[in-house]
Design a protein around this ligand. Sequence first.
Ligand SMILES: [Zn+2]
Length: 277
Amino acid sequence: MKSKLLLIILDGVPWRNFRRLFGNLEGWVASGEARVWKMQSVLPSTSASCYASIHTGVPPQVHGILSNDVRFRVKLPDIFSEVSAAGGKTGAVTHSYWSEFFNRYPFDFVRDIEYDEPGGPITHGRFHTMTGYGHDNQMTPSDVDLFATLTMLAARFGIDYGILHTCTMDSMGHRFGHDCVEMDKACFTMDAMLAAFLPRWREAGYEVIVTADHGQSDRGHHGGAGDDQQHFALYYFGAAKGPEKDVLLDQLQLAPTILSRLGVPAPGTMTAKPFLL
Ligand SMILES: [Zn+2]
């Protein structure tokens, strides 16, 4: 691999919340450690559809994950499959949907909750299902536990590419909306937890991308079109050159960009242009 990279997906954080409430991420932008751009999600701006597009670089109309309820093993090359095929080691600390889309469907609670499978596509997977999730009970793990698990995969196995995905912010948005003390505090807490790990990942030699899968409206909705539901921030920590700061990035660029940073050729299905060079 040309480099190592960690992708951190904070589910359901709209552009405006990243920029006004994540003081550590913004502090690193101000100090020159990080750069930030606005990115636009695919449509529908539904979680499962976005996950599949983030990793395959194709729109939902092509990969076929058109809602959270119709799921299957996606039969397209993705970041995991390409990194593994190039001899790299991948890691995932995510919701179980990612295992279903990019390794095995359906998710078996015992077999798939944790696996180490040399050759991949997901070399080291650690998953959670949020079974029982609803408006009043988020069923999300503590984000410190998730960040620590990714750090463990990096230290113990030397993964070349790792993804962490957490639904905490999305669940808080669905529950409380965005103009409220609960969301202020949730963003503050997430930012502080992430800040405790990020310098360690950089010291271990990883480039880091922190972003979301989609935004949310003020009422805590997403799935449709519109800046509030589709726009979120993308923070990049690393040495690559990026576009001008006011360029709107396309979510389909993320997969080929990550492969390019790792030195892995993008498959023919990923036609969007990398934004980091
Ligand atoms: Zn989502």
